[in-house]
Design a protein. Structure first.
Length: 388
């Protein structure tokens, strides 16, 4: 072990070393000053300066200058970027706990987290880690509940802790214990405790998705207008030229499917009126299948007014309303008014800038939609008929 490593391990050695070096360097200087103070000629002073004071000063500088630079200049500047290495942050260490858990040594992980919690009994991360080991690794939900009750006893941070705790509890109920009812109860606790908040909205979405996770509603897409025109034209030709007309099985099945889809959407919205997915599905049905523009817009308006809706959500839904208005042939003033609502929500945001830009380009969007809807007309020329 070299001298520097010994100093790092035991700072006492370092201070003894500097003391001895300082004593060796400063004693001759003090003796020289004592001799000169008794009276000396100029030549003697010069000799002392050259052969005593300057060598001793250089000796001290060699040993003490790096130390002084490190402590008085380099260290404060370095600490601006790296922090003070002498300040130890007082917080628990859970690295060994996670390592033991990843290796499957759950008993050791639990013991290690208990050691940290003895020092920091109210630490949120430690308590949640302990509860996770109890629920996920030992499948002891009662023990996990006792642990998270300790988390909820912190009244100063309960508004932040409660939604996290009960969402985690719902995860355990669903994924480990297969209890949808208990998971619903945990999520209902969030809704009842903090109604009208983002946490309550997210809990509502989870409840709705749990109730209908086994139902699959096929996502509908808007068919290109040109393709629609071709289909209509083909149907007209078949009706005019065909000797007999029979109802198409595909059309009957599609009508039945759409009716069933509407019934499902309405039922889901009725049972969970705060579900974003359910209302968006219903709005998409009205938009794509039946072109009931007013009903589609109504669903988005209800989502916008829903308690707990965020600014990005409201902005997205207002832009969807503009899309519907554009498709339905609404007036320019109506679409401009809707986009102004986006600007009013967050006047200085990027969303407001995009809304302002879209207002400027609305005439172009309107012309583009009108052009797609315009039927294709072929100019009739006399020369084509051989009349020229």
């Amino acid at each position: 072990m070299n001298l520097r490593d010994r100093f790092e391990q035991n700072p006492l050695y370092k201070w003894i070393f500097y003391f001895v070096i300082g004593l060796i360097g400063i004693t001759p200087i003090i003796g020289g000053f004592a001799t000169l103070s008794q009276g000396a000629s100029g030549g003697k002073v010069l000799v002392y300066m050259i052969f005593l004071f300057i060598p001793c000063a250089a000796f001290l500088a060699v040993f003490f200058t790096p130390f002084l630079i490190e402590k008085t200049i380099a260290s404060p500047i370095g600490q601006l970027f790296t922090g003070n290495p002498n300040i130890i942050e007082d917080k628990p260490i859970y690295g060994p706990v996670i390592a033991s858990r990843n290796q499957g040594d759950y008993s050791q992980a639990l013991n290690l987290v208990e050691v940290q919690l003895e020092k920091y009994p109210s630490d949120f991360d430690g308590l949640m880690l302990k509860a996770a080991i109890q629920a996920e690794d030992y499948h002891d939900l009662n023990a996990a509940k006792e642990t998270i009750n300790t988390v909820l006893s912190d009244q100063e941070n309960i508004r932040y802790n409660l939604p996290i705790v009960y969402n985690k509890l719902a995860d355990w109920q669903l994924n480990i214990f297969n209890s949808t009812a208990c998971a619903r109860q945990a999520l209902e606790t969030i809704r009842e405790t903090y109604p009208g908040t983002k946490a309550a909205q997210l809990a509502s979405q989870r409840i709705a998705s749990m109730d209908f996770y086994d139902e699959s509603i096929v996502a509908t897409t808007e068919i290109n207008d040109t393709y629609n025109d071709i289909v209509k034209e083909s149907s007209r030709i078949e009706q005019e030229e065909g000797p007999l007309s029979f109802p198409k099985v595909e059309e009957s099945n599609k009508a039945h499917k759409n009716k069933k889809l509407l019934s499902t959407c309405l039922r889901r919205v009725e049972e969970h009126p705060e579900s974003i997915v359910n209302r968006e599905d219903l709005a998409r049905y009205y938009f794509d299948q039946t072109q009931e523009w007013t009903m589609a817009i109504k669903q988005y308006e209800q989502l916008i007014s829903m308690p707990g809706s965020t600014t990005p959500q409201q902005v997205a839904w207002l832009n969807k309303i503009v899309d519907i208005q554009l498709k339905s042939g609404a007036r320019l003033e109506e679409m401009t008014s809707t986009l102004n609502r986006v600007i009013d929500i967050a006047p200085k945001s990027a969303s407001a800038n995009r809304a302002q830009s879209r207002i400027m380009h609305l005439p172009i969007e309107i012309r583009g939609v009108s052009k797609k809807k315009a039927p294709l007309k072929l100019e009739r020329r006399d020369e084509d008929l051989g009349l020229m």
